[in-house]
Design a protein. Structure first.
Length: 257
């Protein structure tokens, strides 16, 4: 075999050289990780990831998982989509998430609903208050969500409109939409997963707020006791929870039959 004429590629001309080069790169790489919640035992953490600007993540989460999204530097934008892991045709429906609770602005106690009247997630805590249910993703964010979905076997048609966390939008009396910016650095949102779900997240600018994004942190841990607490006393929420529990009971009975 003739030796390569370009010295830059000489080290990877053989399988051994290419392997050594790849391993050297892996050894030199530094993967930034989120800070883990101090109040959560390490053994309960099931997944964590720091998503850089223009990045995305995908993961399957079990029922009773608590997910914390954090904006460490104060300029992240989390475009979030949830789909049922066992039946991905049932997914977050933004219209019902706004309509059923009679509230367009996400905050503590707000359900994330499917079009089947079931709860995929509930907002358990919110120190940001800057979110959006109205605008949907940018083309960049949608492309990232499609990439994230493809890792879970989902097609582009499965990527429905998403919610945006950490960049706020408000509606004026005349119906005009205006951006309200971001909360201070370190703000976070906690979500409770009610049914096994695929979580897709893209960290990209908002349609009304084109500022470049900064890192987004996500940490998930097992918190089944949160499912037994009452997070919202509204009749619409309680009915959706009942629908969700009925679906879960039917599913588990079928699996054990």
């Amino acid at each position: 075999m003739t030796e390569p004429s370009n010295p830059e590629h000489a080290g990877t001309a053989s399988t051994g050289g290419a392997r050594s080069h790849a391993r050297a790169q892996a050894a030199a790489a530094t993967l930034a990780r989120p800070d883990l919640p101090s109040e959560v035992p390490a053994g309960k953490i099931t997944w964590s990831q720091r998503i850089p600007a223009g990045g995305y993540a995908n993961v399957v989460l079990g029922r009773g998982t608590r997910v914390r999204l954090t904006d460490p530097a104060g300029s992240a934008c989390a475009h979030v989509l949830l789909l049922r892991a066992d039946a991905p045709w049932e997914r977050l429906n933004v219209a019902d998430t706004v309509k059923v609770p009679w509230q367009a602005y996400l905050s503590t106690g707000h359900p994330l609903l499917t079009d089947q009247g079931r709860v995929l997630g509930t907002v358990l805590a919110d120190s940001s208050g800057h979110h959006d249910t109205l605008c949907g993703p940018t083309p960049e964010a949608r492309d990232l969500l499609r990439l994230a979905g493809a890792k879970q076997g989902l097609a582009p048609r499965d990527i429905a409109p998403s919610l945006s966390f950490f960049r706020g939008v408000r509606v004026a009396p005349d119906g005009a939409l205006s951006a309200t910016g971001s909360a201070p650095a370190g703000s976070s949102v906690d979500l409770l997963v009610h049914l096994p779900a695929v979580l897709l997240v893209a960290n990209a600018a908002h349609p009304l707020d084109e500022r470049a994004t900064t890192d987004l942190d996500i940490v998930a841990w097992s918190a089944p006791k949160d499912l037994t607490a009452n997070h919202n006393g509204d009749p619409e929420y309680l009915r959706a929870v009942q629908n969700t529990e009925a679906a879960w009971t039917a599913m588990t009975l079928e699996m054990t039959a």
